[in-house]
Design a protein. Structure first.
Length: 448
């Protein structure tokens, strides 16, 4: 994908495509993917320090701009291109504009039939700045047809300045440039001679290749302390009237990406996917070939593995059969009698286990039956349970019947007997039962 480039800078709308450049009306209808490099016309860019949380940076910058009457009588839209923590707060590079201008720009971008990425000039300048080395402040200058802007990075952090070119002469350009450079040196406190300011100068819209460059202009005036200026080369683009206009787009194109665009996330992802579709196709082809080779390898490996698995299964079957035969031949003749004896012993243990018996009685009694005494008669060694029914919890006859039914389900056959404690209970509530094992349920183990 080779997108066109629309320059909306210094109030001019110029579309650069296929080696040609032409002026277009405001908010034009675009027919192909386009990268829009813009200063947003009447927008304000700058670097400021926020004394507070960075979450509130946009609101605080907007309020300061309204209080200072930089943007009057309107809500402010603030775009933060870069932010970092500093000792006294949070430093931010921003672009601000009236909300109405921002909404109109967004509506225009969304109305395009193809990709239209909106790239702020200040964000691109920050992407072009280099890390400063010892004693050197690096900066980027965008020299438009009406305005010169600079973004510099040094020990003092970022600084951004912009001045309007007063006039069209070489002297006007030199005066504006010197003023801008002096502001940067003051902001970065470059006072000693061993501290240098290195600037890369991007010029937009020259109408002739013979125009004097800024470096040549300053070289003719050695009295100007302009430090190191590296003018970036420009390319000629044919205009509709047959003349040429010059822009440094070859140097800028690698940095014009969705990473610094201010579109919605979905639009940036879509552009990234289409821009890299060739790489994705290549990766898909490589993955397909790798999968095919892997499948072939696993086919041959799997065939040998299946043969080996069949052999292992056959060996395992023979071992199991041999073990079974050995187990049958080694069991003693009276093994079944011994197993029956163990089962009878376990059943008898369950029947005489007092803990098991108490759990069974408590489960059957619940909360409505109050158990008073459990004892064994000395004559026939039968168990006797005494208690009374809490008639406040319901019908005494029904509760007692449920209790007896639960005992029968657990292998007991209750038989009513007289007992002193039961007789002394409130009339109609006391009971005493002799508990005998039900032979039909013997072996159940007294389940509770």
């Amino acid at each position: 994908m080779n997108p066109a480039i629309l320059l909306y800078i210094d109030g001019y709308w110029r579309l650069v495509e296929d080696g040609h450049v032409r002026a277009v009306p405001e908010y034009p209808r675009l027919s192909s993917p386009t990268l829009v490099l813009t200063d947003f016309g009447n927008a304000v860019s700058g670097v400021t320090t926020i004394h507070g949380r960075k979450d509130y940076a946009e609101a605080m910058i907007g309020r300061h701009l309204r209080d200072d009457n930089v943007i009057e009588n309107e809500e402010v839209k603030v775009l933060i291109h870069y932010g970092t923590s500093v000792p006294d707060g949070w430093e931010a590079l921003y672009t601000a504009m009236p909300v109405s201008a921002w909404r109109r720009m967004q509506a225009w971008v969304l109305s395009q039939a193809d990709h239209c990425l909106l790239i702020p000039q200040a964000a691109l300048m920050h992407r072009l700045t280099r890390k400063n080395s010892d004693g050197v402040v690096s900066g980027v200058v965008f020299h438009g047809e009406r305005r010169i802007s600079v973004l510099a990075r040094g020990q003092g952090g970022l600084c951004y300045f912009s001045v309007r070119i007063r006039g069209n002469t070489e002297e006007d350009l030199r005066a504006s440039s010197v003023l801008l450079i002096d502001r940067v040196r003051q902001a970065q406190t470059l006072e000693s001679s061993d501290q240098r300011l290195a600037l890369r100068w991007y010029t937009f819209g020259k109408t002739s290749s013979s125009e004097e460059g800024v470096a040549k202009i300053f070289s003719a005036h050695p009295e100007d302390d302009t430090d190191d200026i590296d003018e970036v080369g420009t390319e000629a683009y044919l205009q509709e009237d047959g003349t040429y206009r010059y822009f440094p787009l070859d140097a800028l194109k690698p940095q014009l990406s969705e990473r610094i665009a201010v579109n919605a996330a979905l639009a940036k992802v879509s552009y990234f996917a289409e821009r890299n579709i060739g790489y994705f196709s290549l990766c898909g082809g490589v993955i397909s070939v790798v999968c095919l080779i892997t499948a072939i390898v696993f086919f041959f490996i799997g065939d040998s593995t299946r043969t080996k698995a069949a052999e292992v299964n056959e060996d395992a079957r023979r071992i199991v059969e041999a073990a079974r035969a050995q187990a049958v031949s080694t069991l003693p003749a009276d093994f079944s009698d011994l197993r029956d004896f163990v089962d009878l012993f376990l059943d008898a243990k369950a029947e005489v286990d007092p803990g098991n018996l108490l759990r069974t009685l408590r489960f059957a009694a619940g909360s409505e039956i109050k158990l008073l005494r459990l004892y064994m008669q000395p004559r026939d060694h039968e168990l006797v349970i005494e208690g009374w029914v809490d008639v406040a919890a319901g019908s005494g006859d029904r509760l007692l019947a449920d209790f007896l039914a639960q005992l029968r389900r657990n292998g007991f056959e209750p038989e009513a007997v007289g007992a002193s404690i039961a007789l002394r209970a409130p009339p109609g509530t006391g009971f005493a039962y002799q508990l005998r094992r039900n032979d039909s349920s013997r072996g159940a183990g007294g389940s509770s």
